[in-house]
Every structure is written in structure tokens, then in C-alpha cells.
Design a protein around this ligand. Structure first.
Ligand code: GLA
Length: 392
């Protein structure tokens, strides 16, 4: 090889290694033109396609399709529940890492990256913690120390194995809350004040210098009025800008993408505009929990189901196309992939049909629409992802 070409190749290799965020995970896989899986099609754009994983389903020998699809269709996984505080530390001072470790091992065996979910959130907290605060045996100063310890212990345990951490989840209220003016809400803000957010990012960074640190929330897919008093996307944008101005090590914004076909929906250009506004701050973006539910009634006939499946697919399409359009949108994760294992029917009465496979693991229209988006995208509007460098 000529010296100049050797130098150029070496420079590319060095740059590639430097920008891969030092995770070996899926680096080994090359795009295979004969493989039509989501994960393989994503390689054309250096985009990671992910799913939340229900560990009971993954381990169920009577349900082998679940495990097989997680491994074959996705290049990144998120623990649906097993990395939440109530699962990791059900008893004060004694950790149970087994299920979370198992997912990390599964991911390594399948060349997948892991999104860590979640460090500071007001839900699914252990009872000993919320009870202790309620009965006064844990003071606010002790609570802050406990959050610091939790983040340090968990991030340290998984150090080097997590690509993106959801450091803070759902810290902002909704217009239907009281008061309706948007504000920092929930357990942590009430007891520690909004500065717990900056603290959480700093503590996470101290425990893992290389993981990408995300703020994650719902209903931030597009900007609305632009008034932070009632536009949640604007509120989160202002928050992120403020954190960056203070030197807080935040690397990305996770837009959950829990949508419903019965609500007003977005078009691609609106969502692209939101992603690009966040990435213009120097942040990565990701869709982290996409599902699109519909109202369902008992005995619904196929004539009624069909438009809902179409509408659901259209919403998946808008979010994925928008992600493809922003070079800083690093991953697109669905919150479960089959209607057989979905949080929707258990949470929203008479709602369902939210996922990309049906209850019998038959791919739905949404699945094929996602594949089409990945196949028929390319320059000049869709270019490979720009890897994000963790902020110090
Ligand atoms: C939120 C959380 C997730 C999950 C979903 C619903 O979006 O971030 O962990 O609990 O709700 O299941």
C-alpha cells in the first residue's frame, strides 16, 4: 500500500475507534445486503434499533420466539424494569443485580449495546425509601446522600457496559397537572429541589467517564407554543441549555415516543425540527420508548382494526423518519415489540395494539413501514449518525 493511502486508512481507523464511544458492542457487524432485519438495515445509517426487554418473557422456555426476535431484530436493548431502583435494591443495602446482569450478558452475546434505564425517577422506587421519607426516618439531606450512593453504585456496577444512561426521567410536569404552569414535579424535586438534576448527571459522570448521559421524557416529540409555561418541549430545551451553560455533563435528550392514534399526531417535519433544535445545542438525541396505542373494544372486527393499525404504523414512520433525518439521533427503541408483552392494556383501559408485532409474533404494518424507512433512506437527506463524545 502506498504511504499516503496507508496514512489515510490509518487516520480513518484511528478516528473510527476514537468516535465509537469506545464500546466494542456492535462494532463488529457489517451491513449484510441479504438480511432484512431492523438491526441490519439500521447499519446502513449507523443507527441502532432497540427494544425494551421483559426479562420474564426473555427467560420463558415456553415462549422462544420472544428471545429469538430480541436477538435477531435489535442492536440495542433497554431493561423494561430490572434496572429500576425497586428491582436493584428491594431491601435497603442489599443489591440484586442478577436480572440486569443477565440482560447485559445477553446483549454482549448478541452484539448489542445497552441503554441503561433509569437512575433518578419518581416511580418504581423501593418501598423502604418512600416509606422512610414519608415517616420522617429519612431526612432530605439523607435522601440526597442515598440518591448519590444509588447512582454511584449502579453506574459503577455497569461501568463500561452501558452506552446511554437515562440519568433523569420525567422530571417535568404536564399541562394537565396542578398547577398547569409547567414545573419540576415529583418525589425528587419535592424533596431535593430541581438541583437534583444537575447533581445526578455529575454523579453519573463521576462513576462512568464514557457512558452517554441522557435526560428522558415523554410528550417532547415536537415544539408547541414555544412558551415554557405550557410547552413541555420548550421547558426541557431551556432546562438542557441551562444545564450545559453550567457545565453539567449532559450528552443527550431521550424522547420517549409513547403515542396514541386517538390523539393529535405529528408530521415528520415538526419532529425533525425538534430533534435538530436539541442537537444544535451539541446534544445527541434518541427515541427511547416508542409505542403507538389505539382504543380497542371487545370483538372489534377487522374493518375497525385496520385503520388503527395504519394510523399506528404512520406514527412509527414519522418518528423513525425524523430520527433518520437528524445525524445526532443515535438510536430508535421500541417499548416492547409484541402486543403479547406490552404495558399498554394493563395501564390504559381498552387500549392496545401498540407494538410492531401482534400477539402471535406476526409482523404488523408498522414493522414493515420501519423497514421501508430504513431501506429507502440515504443521501442527501439521510446521512450516517455522528457519534457523540461524552462530556466531561
Ligand atoms: C415510562 C418509563 C418506562 C416505563 C413506561 C411505561 O415511560 O420511563 O420505564 O415504565 O413509562 O411502562
Amino acid at each position: 500500500m502506498k504511504l499516503s493511502r496507508w496514512v489515510a486508512t490509518a487516520a480513518v481507523a484511528v478516528a473510527t475507534v476514537a468516535t465509537l464511544n469506545t464500546l466494542p458492542a456492535a462494532a463488529g457487524r457489517q451491513y449484510d445486503p441479504t438480511d432484512q432485519s431492523l438491526r441490519n438495515l439500521g447499519l446502513r445509517h449507523n443507527l441502532y434499533l432497540g427494544t425494551a426487554v421483559d426479562m420474564a418473557a426473555l427467560d420463558d422456555p415456553a415462549d422462544p420466539r420472544y428471545r429469538q426476535i430480541v436477538g435477531s431484530e435489535f442492536s440495542t436493548v433497554t431493561a423494561e424494569n430490572v434496572m429500576k431502583w425497586e428491582s436493584l435494591e428491594p431491601t435497603r443495602g442489599s443489591y440484586d443485580w442478577a436480572a440486569a446482569d443477565e440482560l447485559v450478558t445477553f446483549a454482549r452475546q448478541h452484539d448489542q449495546r445497552v441503554r441503561g434505564h433509569v437512575l433518578a425517577w419518581q416511580n418504581q422506587l423501593p418501598k423502604w425509601l418512600t416509606d422512610g421519607v414519608a415517616d420522617g426516618s429519612i431526612s432530605n439531606a439523607q435522601l440526597r446522600d442515598l440518591l448519590h450512593k444509588h447512582i454511584t453504585d449502579v453506574v459503577t456496577h455497569f461501568r463500561g457496559k452501558i452506552w446511554q444512561w437515562d440519568v433523569v426521567n420525567e422530571a417535568v410536569s404536564d399541562p394537565w397537572d396542578t398547577p398547569p404552569t409547567l414545573h419540576y414535579k415529583g418525589f425528587w424535586a419535592e424533596h431535593l429541589g430541581p438541583d437534583y438534576i444537575a447533581d445526578a448527571f455529575r454523579w453519573a459522570r463521576a462513576a462512568d467517564p464514557k457512558a452517554l448521559l441522557f435526560y428522558n421524557d415523554y410528550n417532547i416529540e415536537a415544539f408547541g407554543s414555544g412558551d415554557p409555561a405550557n410547552d413541555k418541549t420548550q421547558f426541557v430545551y431551556d432546562m438542557a441549555k441551562g444545564l450545559l451553560a453550567r457545565g453539567v455533563p449532559i450528552d443527550g435528550i431521550g424522547s420517549q415516543g409513547h403515542l396514541g392514534t386517538q390523539y393529535g399526531n405529528y408530521d415528520t417535519l415538526q419532529v425533525v425540527a425538534a430533534l435538530k433544535k436539541f442537537s444544535a445545542l451539541g446534544l445527541a438525541t434518541a427515541f427511547t420508548e416508542v409505542d403507538v396505542r389505539s382504543e380497542v373494544t371487545e370483538g372489534m372486527g377487522s374493518n375497525e382494526i385496520n385503520p388503527r393499525l395504519q394510523a399506528s404504523a404512520a406514527n412509527y414512520h414519522v418518528l423513525l423518519q425524523a430520527c433518520l433525518a437528524d445525524r445526532h439521533c443515535l438510536s430508535f427503541t421500541v417499548w416492547g415489540f409484541t402486543d403479547k408483552h406490552s404495558w399498554v392494556p394493563g395501564t390504559f383501559t381498552n387500549e392496545g395494539l401498540a407494538n410492531i408485532y401482534d400477539e402471535n409474533y406476526q409482523p404488523k404494518r408498522a414493522y414493515n413501514v420501519l423497514r421501508g424507512d430504513l431501506i429507502y433512506a440515504g443521501p442527501p437527506y439521510v446521512l450516517p449518525r455522528v457519534p457523540q463524545k461524552p462530556r466531561r
